[in-house]
Ligand binder design. Structure first.
Ligand SMILES: Cc1cc2nc3c(=O)[nH]c(=O)nc-3n(C[C@H](O)[C@H](O)[C@H](O)COP(=O)(O)O)c2cc1C
Length: 231
């Protein structure tokens, strides 16, 4: 087995970021297959591997982009899994911070709702990506399959990064689940979870900012050793 150092893996994790501007260049079928085969190595309960993936290539991606963007102008949101009821406390703060970073990066000032709304709608243009992957889970397996698919999404984004491909998971597109269900002919036995837009990252301001991560003290509780023993 080829050895990979912790440092190399950590560097991969740190180099990945959500990409919101892409070049037009298609990712080859061979590269996409390599990414998918790597991503499917993630664990899943009972090794059920519950994910299924619809992948678009050009010109189909452009057809979808145009239709989804048009649909998003006035269709009501209809996600199939519950969106967060609210973000409060630290979650609200983190959400706000990354939103401000995003809008700052493209020069949208706080309170400019027209501009931030227009930027949000870029989700439905798939941020200009040449490909999108739609992730679905079997309805009968319930939330643990969603957990497994979340792992797959992470595996996909990391494998893509390692292959020089930028990506962004998109819950936003799942807001129009009925549209996507029709478009891809997805049966009622599957639940639409999210999309992933992917392609080569463009050299654009929106791709320059990096989100922060909380210190361990904010989210880890140790049980067992006292603090002195642990050092
Ligand atoms: C399940 C999931 C859904 C997401 N949906 C969206 C989305 O709809 N639109 C968007 O711009 N970013 C979306 N993101 C990207 C997050 O905003 C991003 O991962 C987070 O701010 C951390 O930044 P980073 O990915 O650059 O490290 C999503 C991420 C995940 C994991």
């Amino acid at each position: 087995m080829a050895e990979m150092t912790f440092e190399a893996f950590d560097a991969l994790l740190r180099s990945r970021h959500s990409c919101r501007a892409f070049t037009d260049e298609a990712v080859s079928r061979a590269d996409i297959e390599a990414i998918l085969k790597a991503a499917q190595r993630v664990p899943s309960w009972c090794n059920a591997q519950p994910w299924k993936v619809e992948i678009t290539e050009k010109p189909e991606t452009d057809r979808l982009r145009e239709a989804l963007f048009a649909h998003a102008q006035d269709a009501p949101y209809a996600p199939e899994i519950d969106w967060p009821e609210r973000y409060s406390g630290v979650h609200q703060w983190r959400r706000k911070t990354c939103g401000l970073q995003l809008y700052d990066s493209v020069g949208i000032t706080r309170g400019d709702r027209a501009a931030s709304g227009a930027q949000m709608l870029e989700n439905f243009r798939l941020f200009g990506a040449p490909h999108m992957a739609l992730i679905t889970a079997p309805a009968e397996l319930g939330p643990y399959a969603y957990l497994d698919c979340g792992g797959f999404v992470t595996g996909f984004t990391l494998a893509a990064q390692a292959r020089g491909v930028g990506s962004i998971p998109q819950a936003a597109v799942a807001a129009y689940a009925p549209f996507l269900r029709d478009w891809f002919g997805i049966g009622e036995d599957r639940v639409i979870l999210c999309g992933i837009a992917f392609g080569r990252a463009a050299d654009a301001p929106i791709n320059q900012f990096r989100t922060e991560r909380a210190p361990l003290t904010e989210w880890v509780t140790w049980h067992g050793k006292t603090e002195e023993d642990a050092t």
